[in-house]
Design a protein around this ligand. Sequence first.
Ligand SMILES: C[S@@+](CC[C@H](N)C(=O)[O-])C[C@H]1O[C@@H](n2cnc3c(N)ncnc32)[C@H](O)[C@@H]1O
Length: 307
Amino acid sequence: MGDFEPGDKDSGIVFRQIETSQIRESADTGRLIFCGDNMELMKTLSPESIDLIYADPPFFSNRNHSAGAGNGEPGSFGDKWNGGLSEYLEWLEPRFVEMKRLLRMTGSIYVHLDWHASHYVKILLDRIFGYGNFRNEIIWYYKTGGTSSRHFGRKHDTILFYTKTGNYFFRKTKEISYLMHRYGFSNIEIMNDGKGYYTLVGMRDVWDIPALRGNQPERVNYPAQKPEALLRRIIDASSREGETVADFFAGSGTAAVVAEELKRRWILCDVSRTAIDLIQRRLSRRFASFRRDSLPQIDVCHSDSCE
Ligand SMILES: C[S@@+](CC[C@H](N)C(=O)[O-])C[C@H]1O[C@@H](n2cnc3c(N)ncnc32)[C@H](O)[C@@H]1O
């Protein structure tokens, strides 16, 4: 979707506009996009109704993120806090409390941050979810972005993974680990993919996934858009087919694209009308070709808090 144009209309999917009074029923049974403040949405949802939450809030970057005003780019969002870190944390806290209420007892939450505030948010999450329910600090490592003559290049984001209880669903996934040579290993299967000898090992907590760049087909030019490969790992590891994935800071809707592909149900929310329009167009184009004879219905609700 590198040539994505904000005005494109190409729908194989039925979008049904619903009222706020219909939200709970829609979220319990199907696919829902909500435009408005995520607090408003979360308060209407049933407790213990969600299996997996991916949360990618503003990072406390002290910037307004814009993909380039005046270039026909689809979105922007603010991340400036006059009251500083304490205002940011006070804004996040009730949202995480709601997310915990919504998670099923076997559910998981992944909170995506970077160096600006991840350490403070870790303490907040330990208080809300319990230190004992912390599972991983995942390092998403990428090579893009600048360097500095004043400090080391900042090349990773931090994803904090918690579960609601100790009895949670987790699928062990595997990754390739290249070997220097193939000698001296007797009990493991060794393969060669042309780049070298490798074995499969359990997925580790440092994820080397390229950040999105200009010409990649999945790119829709939303600021802070995350790669689908990243969401695929999370959704695959911490949910099963038919279960419900929620993203209450949806941006360009990456979580829904992957959840739909992996046959999960999903709930998306963003406060920005531009983001919601973009999500609808992205889903339409992505699933247009193979959905025409079995059109899934997606409910869309615009509340008064939609900006
Ligand atoms: C980092 S971006 C998410 C990017 C997304 N993961 C993607 O792949 O495109 C954060 C999003 O949170 C949204 N947001 C900020 N405050 C919100 C609120 N109170 N309720 C819902 N969404 C909010 C912003 O509009 C922005 O789109």
